[in-house]
Design a binder for this molecule. Structure first.
Ligand code: VG1
Ligand code: CO
Length: 543
């Protein structure tokens, strides 16, 4: 077998966004496109001789051919071993878990997460380092720069092993181990949660509906909920990963998981509903006729963490992304631990988790996680809730309402304007950026601006600075308006508008969310001209 050095020319735009490189499948399948990007990652890594790499993906279209290419390139670069999930399947949290448990130097995750799949959908790739977490910006910047000058890539002409059979195979002298996609991850979950208590809960007739959205969480959910924990057959719906996710949009929110919402709002609803996204790192928790917002979910898990074996010792700190509601801040202050506010994207939590400064992390985009790995984790979050439900014996909505009664409610919503023209969206953000400082002290409707800036974050561990992370307008009563551009889309620009209003009075905890937030939405519109500039009469998605 020999190693080919293949001449290539750079592709423009191979710049990783919030979470890796995401492009249309048609762009990714151009000859050399994936190869160039992987070569740039390997060049940035430097010496890889003798090291182990983990590779897996969410099963979307092009997942398996991409793995074949990566395995042959890894062999050409001198890796000692590549661990690949059976059938090419590994959820994002499972990759993080396997990297950490098996001492790998890193991993490549093939996923565009919640973006649609199939030949006309999206594809993506992301590198995670030896802590199991997304590579920091210094690394992804270096990869991007490397893509701009690439003249060749290296690949073995040996064939990659088939992915269906577990076991150890060779590719050009490199060991390729096909591993069970679920086993390592399920074992870790068993260490964190009281599986006996959850088993007893299901045995008592407790009912759950888990929507895998035809994506990668299905095998994990089947094995853990129905297998290890004894939930009845049929608990997991849409639990077989499909290359096009059944034509759906595997994003676990009330809009995209409408079928689950209908089940949970019906008269005979199960006790809890849950869903996860394309690569199983997101989660939505739904009680009977009540969807839990991700920001509330983080706060509730934090407030009750010591009821769960893995967190019995308490929390070192909590971290949330800037647009995430301030519900977790109140819990942190009640617990007497710090609360960190980071830019959007899980990579910013890595240093805090590694340094033992934060135990739980969360984002408003249906992402929650902890020190157990270095990614957000959908199935983990569902298990955390199940453990709480088992220990407290209370229904989901009681837990949520009691939390609001104790801490107050943060009314919260995100309005997305998807696939709008890039130039006007960029111009709008530039104008907001230029004018934001002048808003301090301004009277806007019934609100007075306490702080207005373009969010900038200095990492407390390595002092690295991430600037330009979103326009933030904080009112004197704690209400907030946040505007930023998405870094995961593949079409035009997506503008995200985040709205938040705090209500301490328990008598006012049952109001209509959009009505409560309407005055803030009106102010945001007045400041940004978002509707006119996007040419839209309203948001595409409201969550
Ligand atoms: C979105 C979310 C962000 C999340 C990211 C990756 O990014 O807002 O909170 O970390 O997706 O999640 P953006 O830049 O589009 O707002 V996943 O599950 O798509 O990997
Ligand atoms: Co995801």
């Amino acid at each position: 077998m020999s190693i080919d050095t293949v001449a290539t020319t750079p592709f423009a735009g191979q710049r990783p966004g919030t979470s890796g490189l995401r492009k249309k499948v048609s762009e990714f399948m151009q000859p050399g496109y994936l190869e160039n990007f992987v070569q740039a990652i390997f060049d940035t890594l430097g010496a890889v001789h003798g090291k182990t790499l983990v590779v897996g993906g969410d099963g979307r279209y092009f997942n398996r051919p991409a793995i074949g290419i990566i395995v042959r390139m890894a062999a050409a670069h001198g890796f000692a071993r590549v661990l690949v999930g059976q059938h090419g399947i590994l959820s994002t949290p499972a990759v993080s878990c396997v990297i950490r448990q098996r001492g790998a130097c890193g991993g490549l995750i093939l996923s565009a997460s919640h973006n649609p799949g199939g030949p006309d959908g999206d594809f993506g790739i992301k590198y995670n380092g030896d802590n199991g977490g997304p590579a920091p910006e210094t690394f992804t910047d270096a990869v991007y720069h490397a893509t701009a000058t690439l003249a060749h890539y290296r690949i073995s002409d040996d064939s990659a092993p088939a992915l269906a059979t577990l076991g150890s195979f060779a590719c050009d002298g490199m060991q390729v181990e096909i591993i069970d996609s679920v086993a390592d991850y399920a074992a870790l979950m068993g260490e964190l949660f009281d599986f006996d208590a959850i088993r007893a809960l299901f045995a008592s007739g407790f009912r759950m509906r888990f929507d895998g959205m035809h994506a990668v969480s299905g095998p994990y959910a089947h094995a853990i909920f129905e297998g290890l924990l004894g939930a009845s057959a049929g608990t997991v719906i849409h639990g077989t990963p499909l290359e096009d996710f059944g034509g759906g949009h595997p994003d676990p929110n009330p809009v995209c998981a409408a079928e689950l919402m209908a089940i949970m709002f019906a008269a005979d609803a199960p006790d809890v509903g849950a869903a996860s996204d394309g690569d199983a790192d997101r989660n939505m928790i739904v009680g009977r006729a009540l969807a839990v917002t991700p920001s509330d979910s983080l706060a509730i898990l934090a407030a009750n963490a010591t009821l769960v074996p893995g967190y019995r010792a308490g929390l070192r700190g909590i971290a949330r992304s800037m647009p995430t509601s301030q519900a977790a801040d109140l819990v942190a202050s009640a617990l007497g631990v710090p609360c960190f506010e980071t830019p959007t994207g899980w990579k910013y939590f890595g240093n805090l988790l590694d340094a033992g400064m934060a135990t739980l992390c969360g984002e408003e985009s249906y992402g929650t996680g902890s020190t157990h790995i270095r990614e957000k984790d959908g199935v983990w979050a569902v298990l955390f809730w199940l453990n709480l439900l088992a220990v407290t014996g209370k229904p989901v909505d009681t837990i949520v309402r009691e939390h609001w009664a104790r801490f107050g409610r943060h009314y919260y919503s995100r309005h997305d304007y998807e696939a709008v023209a890039s130039a006007p969206a960029a111009a709008m953000m530039a104008e907001l950026r230029a004018g934001v400082a002048a808003l301090a002290g301004a009277r806007l409707g019934d609100f007075t601006v306490a702080l207005a800036d373009d969010f900038s974050y200095t990492d407390p561990v390595d002092q690295s600075v991430a600037s330009g992370q979103g326009i933030r307008i904080v009112m004197t009563d704690g209400s907030r308006i946040v505007l930023r551009l998405s870094g995961t889309g593949t079409e035009g620009a997506t503008v995200r508008l985040y709205l938040e209003k705090y209500e301490a009075d328990a008598a006012r905890h049952d109001l209509d969310v959009q009505q409560v937030l309407a005055p803030l939405a009106a102010i945001a519109e007045q400041l940004s001209g978002l509707r006119a500039r996007s040419g839209r009469s309203g948001p595409t998605v409201v969550t």
